[in-house]
Design a protein around this ligand. Structure first.
Ligand code: ZN
Length: 270
């Protein structure tokens, strides 16, 4: 059995029998992978509290020929980015980002730069200055781009022609992008997005993360972008995000969310 050792973030932890845990992780070397953490329910020495969602860990163990599940022998904590045990907002953000990454990645297919993107987003979202919701939109469009799922927003997805850049621009999720007036004719359903939203999404996808603080999202662009990125997530992943309603409630504030917290926590254990 060939040994492995890699830096990874924790995407999901599930109980696995009496003593073990089934852990899903993402690393830039190995992509998304799953392994059985032997004795993890009891051994604080080898795993401690290191298997929190989106913790950065150095995991080691063995690959098992012809088997999808690896054997994970230990996880050393490198960075515990969020204080999600105390902070509801951090918990909601971590649940959402972890689910998003799990959906956008295929087993053992690394996406270049994804680990850094996850950590940058998380650090900024959970810092004292508290990055806002625009960071989530930037993260979403960038991960869709890395995974090859991003919408076409610079020309008509059907004919390649130019878009009339005024009013609400029709976006057809099934076809994968915006439509010109001719191709849109006779199909009055679907999303419409403003030119401002198209511009900011295009910029967000193109420029490096460290320059994205310059991007200005209006309230309308934030909302439209969220509809677009989530629609494309569902299109490619084939299911809606379980943690999105919880996150939206926390970010809006005010909602009675204590019940939902245990609900989400339970689901993540499934
Ligand atoms: Zn067209």
């Amino acid at each position: 059995m060939p040994p492995f050792r890699t830096e990874a973030v924790v995407l999901r932890v599930q109980d696995f029998g009496e003593r073990d845990r089934l852990v899903t992780l993402y690393s830039d070397e190995m992509g998304k992978f799953r392994g059985v953490a032997k004795g993890a329910k009891r051994s604080r020495r080898r795993f401690g509290a290191n298997l929190d969602l989106l913790s950065l860990v150095r995991v080691h163990g063995f690959e098992r020929p012809q088997r999808e599940l690896l054997r994970i022998d230990g996880a050393d904590l490198l960075e515990h980015v969020s204080n999600m045990r105390e902070d509801l907002r951090s918990f909601a953000v971590c649940s959402y980002l972890a689910e998003w990454v799990e959906g956008c990645t295929a087993l053992r297919q690394p996406l270049e730069g994804l680990l850094r993107l996850i950590l940058d987003t998380l650090r900024r979202m959970t810092s004292d200055r508290g990055g806002g919701e625009e960071l989530l939109r930037i993260f979403e469009i960038k991960t869709l781009q890395l995974a090859g799922y991003a919408p076409k927003l610079d020309a008509c997805v059907a004919c390649g022609g130019e878009i009339e850049r005024k009013g609400g621009i029709p976006l057809d999720v099934g076809r994968g992008g915006i439509l010109c007036r001719r191709c849109h004719r006779g199909n009055a359903t679907g999303l419409r997005v403003s030119l401002g939203t198209l511009r900011v999404l295009e910029e967000a996808r193109r420029i490096p993360m460290e320059r994205t603080h310059r991007l200005g999202f209006s309230a309308r662009s934030l909302e439209e972008s969220r509809s677009v990125t989530r629609a494309f997530y569902i299109r490619h992943v084939g299911r809606p995000l379980r943690s999105s309603a919880f996150l939206d409630g926390v970010l809006r504030g005010g909602e009675d969310i204590s019940a939902r917290v245990s609900q989400i926590a339970d689901r993540r254990e499934e």
